[in-house]
Ligand binder design. Structure first.
Ligand code: SAT
Ligand code: MN
Length: 599
């Protein structure tokens, strides 16, 4: 098939890669429905996909990955900048030339027996001035189909690229060449863990991934381009590329505020973005559930776009109670990965809100489920189209973005961190973002789930440069002349009581907290000053039905001893890592907070 572009740099790159990886065929993707269907057919033929019941779950498919290839692999994720100082202490640095030599060795002949797909994609509406174009080369039809949902793929993108437009080259291979006559035959193709590489070359704006077919390791527009590479571009160009959902909050009076919120992977961003308020008259609509690109508008406000076109959401725990909008978004046209299959040809997972129908349940490993282990993998996912979500906001594709009034930071914290507190200033807010901690979830393969780790701005696995410089960049953004900055808040839905149970019901009840955020933006909120920042005055947040006054007080308690311990941990185990790249303004915030707590 001849190439549908005359973009010389792109053609040369595809040529050069093809010579290295020696595919059987090359196919340029056009993003059409026919192409999507052909990708699914290839996966069905290879025994890698199962069609779901066409009445219960129209146009939807289940994939089961290899049990070794179920999540991002942080210790195989590299930032290959020329100097280790550009990657910083929180990234795995490797010399770009050394890495290229190693990876060229792996890529050599790696697409034998397979088709090389070229996927031109846009992060953000095609042609929008804030969108960025990437081109992914992959040998995985699963990746092509997922990219169709998660990004804007196709000929329109090539048109925008023209003959010399800028694009981020993204090379991906599952790392499993096929011998002549060999087929996948139901075995998810990937390479062993120690041969997997998720590599970023920030200075060249280039991505090379090898050996994994899963999620953020393989859908290179998402974490690799829209966060790791884009964060470097944002630093250089004066904007923000963040791991944040974007939601539209409308008051009973019809006043609209947009809120962005950063939480680590698998901490409920999708649920918050699609929340159904329990308080009368309020609505939440979704602009994005994972990534926000924010730039200043002429009026000095920060405007955010969601660069994605779909949701790659965590399945377990998603139910009509926790997230009815997600449940509706996945009713059709959805790819499920590593969930369980029921006897009536539908999907099932832990926390879906009902028992599976009688008959055999096939677990995520493809075995008859014996009920001794989870039926769905903890990081099993749905890939769903944003346009199928009933809560999608009218503005979700607005190329101008939406003006952000408030930014929330949060994580899973069983103790110390209250339900909500507000930063006293932008600088204090940057400090709060820089010290976010969260219990580790199943979204990454190689970190111990359950322990609390610092995850500044929820960007620990996604910042493409030195985290100390990233903090400085956030501080600089706050000094932009004429800026009308969003207010910054910290939230914690996950505080536990002495009995080990969650104190706060979460989900739709989080609307009570959003209402206070809205009121603070309007200047009508009732608040008090505390040593840790601004907090709701007693009674300013209505307690959900059934929540005792004592529980509410505990949720909003300033635990001085806990905070002092927290700050000691920040000083000695977190901030100390950044050396002279740690902005002195943040140390000043730490000292001042400690002094206020000790007073
Ligand atoms: O990185 S993924 O896209 O696989 C999901 C996540 O960790 O948020
Ligand atoms: Mn994420």
């Amino acid at each position: 098939m001849s190439a549908p572009t005359s973009h010389a740099k792109l053609l040369n790159w595809v040529d050069e890669i093809a010579q290295m990886v020696t595919p059987d065929a090359i196919q340029w993707c056009d993003g059409s429905q026919g192409e999507y269907d052909r990708m699914i057919q290839l996966a069905l033929d290879a025994g890698l996909a199962t069609p779901l019941d066409p009445v219960k779950r129209p146009n939807s498919y289940l994939f089961r990955s290899d049990p070794s290839d179920v999540a991002r692999v942080e210790n195989r994720t590299y930032i290959a900048s020329t100097s280790p100082d550009n990657a910083g202490p929180t990234n795995n640095w490797i010399d770009p030339e050394v890495l290229k030599t190693t990876m060229r060795g792996l890529y050599k002949g790696c697409m034998a027996g397979r088709t090389l797909f070229v996927i031109p994609f846009s992060m953000g509406p095609v042609g929008s001035p804030i969108a960025k174009i990437g081109v992914e080369i992959t040998d995985s039809p699963y990746v092509v189909a997922n990219m169709h949902i998660m990004t804007r793929v196709g000929s329109g993108v090539l048109k925008v690229l023209g003959t010399d437009g800028e694009f981020v080259p993204c090379l991906h291979s599952v790392g499993k060449p096929l011998a002549s006559g060999e087929a996948d035959n139901g075995v998810w193709p990937c390479a062993p863990l120690d041969l997997k590489y998720i590599s970023h070359f920030p200075e060249e704006r280039m991505i090379w991934a090898y050996g994994s077919g899963y999620g953020g390791n393989a859908l290179l527009g998402k974490k690799c381009l829209a966060l790791r590479i884009a964060s470097v571009q944002a630093r250089d160009e004066g904007w923000l590329a963040e791991h944040m959902l974007i939601l539209k909050l409308t008051s009973p009076q019809g006043k609209v505020r947009f809120v962005a919120a950063a939480f680590p992977s698998a901490c409920g961003k999708t649920n918050l973005a699609m929340l159904v308020p329990t308080i009368a008259g309020w609505t939440v609509e979704t602009v994005g559930d994972d990534i926000a690109w924010m730039k200043f508008g002429a009026d000095g406000q920060l405007y955010a776009i969601n660069p994605e076109a779909g949701f790659f959401g965590v399945a377990p725990g998603t139910s009509m109670k926790s997230n009815p909008n997600a449940m509706k978004a996945i009713e059709r046209d959805t790819i499920f990965t590593n969930v369980a299959l029921t006897s009536d040809g539908d999907v099932w997972w832990e926390g879906i809100g009902y028992d599976p129908p009688s008959g055999e349940v096939v677990d995520w490993k493809g075995k008859s489920w014996q009920r001794t282990e989870a039926a769905a993998h903890a990081n099993s996912r749905f890939t769903a189209r944003a346009k199928n979500c009933p809560a999608i906001a009218a503005e979700w594709q607005d190329p101008a973005g939406v003006p952000i009034s408030a930014i929330l930071f949060g994580g899973r914290r069983p103790g110390t961190i209250p339900l909500i507190h507000q930063a006293r200033s932008w600088q204090h807010g940057v400090f709060l973002g820089s010290i976010v901690g969260s219990e580790v979830t199943a979204a990454a393969l190689d970190v111990q789930a359950g322990t609390v780790r610092r995850d500044p701005f929820a960007m620990l696995p996604f910042c493409g440069y030195h985290m100390g410089d990233y903090f400085a960049h956030w501080l600089r953004i706050g000094e932009t002349p004429g800026a009308k900055l969003p207010k910054i808040f910290c939230v914690n839905w996950f505080r536990k009581g002495a009995d080990g149970k969650f104190l706060w019901p979460g989900y739709g009840e989080n609307s009570r907290v959003l209402k206070w955020v809205f009121e603070q933006c309007e200047g009508t909120g009732q608040s008090i000053e505390t040593p840790i920042g601004i907090m709701p005055a007693p009674g300013a947040i209505d307690a959900p039905v059934g929540l005792t006054n004592a529980a509410m007080a505990e949720l909003l308690d300033v635990n001085r001893a806990g905070w002092l311990q927290e700050l000691d941990d920040v000083r000695t185990k977190h901030y100390n890592k950044f050396g002279d790249k740690l902005p002195s303004a943040l140390v000043a915030e730490l000292d001042a907070l400690q002094a206020r707590l000790a007073a």
